[in-house]
Design a protein around this ligand. Sequence first.
Ligand code: NAD
Ligand code: UDP
Length: 336
Amino acid sequence: MGKILVTGGAGYIGSHTAVELLNSGREIVIIDNFSNSKPIVLENIKKITNKDFKFYELDYLDREKLEKVFEENKIEAVLNFAGFKAVGESVTKPLEYYYNNVSGCLVLLDTMKKYGVKKFVFSSSATIYGIQKSTKYVEKMKRGIPTSPYASTKIMIEQILEDLYKADNSWKIAILRYFNPVGAHESGLIGENPKGIPNNLMPFIQKVAIKELKELTIFGDDYNTPDGTCRRDYLHVVDLSIGHIKALEKLESSENGVYIYNLGTGTPISVLELVNTFIKVNNIDVPYKIGKRRDGDLDEFYAEPKKAKEELNWVATKTLEDMCRDSWNYIASKKD
Ligand code: NAD
Ligand code: UDP
């Protein structure tokens, strides 16, 4: 069996998936340019799994260096986590986002084609649904109107992958639409710790909990939800990572094609529910106030996860308490 190439494997979701891949007995190769991660993550993946892997520090837009990875390793499939992911930043830096996410993915796919590697798992997002009539998103819904350049990059890549398969049906492609990944590995060795002031809810809560930030502002409590705060489908990053293993197995055992799955719990959780669970589970204070709505936020959206259950035999098993406990455990024990 060949190796699995994990692009962006030093990042938040890539590192957790690398752990699950190694634990399931796979050989992996990681590439990353550390634009949003640190080399220590690689050491921590090795510590958790007690396994080794090859790593290349490179930008996946660098075709020459990327080809070397395919020359030097028998790659069987690629899991593509590399890319920029900050929705707000994408509005102010659209060219950087299109270049890194879309052009990068094109270079990667073209290189895969050159080396005859045709199994691909792509990190997509619930953001591709845009605004829909129902807040429960089902895979068969059409992709919506993008709400940011970031969302556009995901929509474009999904389209590119479908076009690619139409043109050459020897590909096996999985598009995984993540909802809101949170939490960390239970060891506390890997997790999410964004630079600067976080945009996302859980990293913000973590920074308030360790007193790096004074208080959380909840963006509006007048939404059309039971407690007035927005509801999202938070899922534990380890569950999400296991979803990738299942998707890979699905590609290996299925006919060629493009397979699309939502990865979420199917349960919407409000901002207040998340904050209060974090406070309760960790017995720690997280001061918060209610502020104004944030531009572009939807009242609620969550996954219909039935397809992943039926076809991948995947369900999210970790609870909201697990997500809150592991998020705190990681941030409280962070040393770098
Ligand atoms: P992350 O920023 O933690 O990880 C991405 C990794 O890719 C980083 O280590 C970064 O250094 C690397 N990278 C970026 N550009 C690169 C390049 N040109 N060459 C090589 N390496 C590069 O992000 P994440 O949260 O782990 O997200 C992974 C993927 O999942 C992204 O594509 C993201 O859009 C998608 N996604 C994330 C979320 C989320 O909430 N975290 C939700 C939906 C989809
Ligand atoms: N949110 C908040 N305060 C913050 C960050 C986020 O109240 O400092 C809310 C936000 O309005 C949304 C929810 O938390 O309703 C999840 O936001 P996040 O940015 O994490 O995910 P997304 O909106 O992309 O689903």
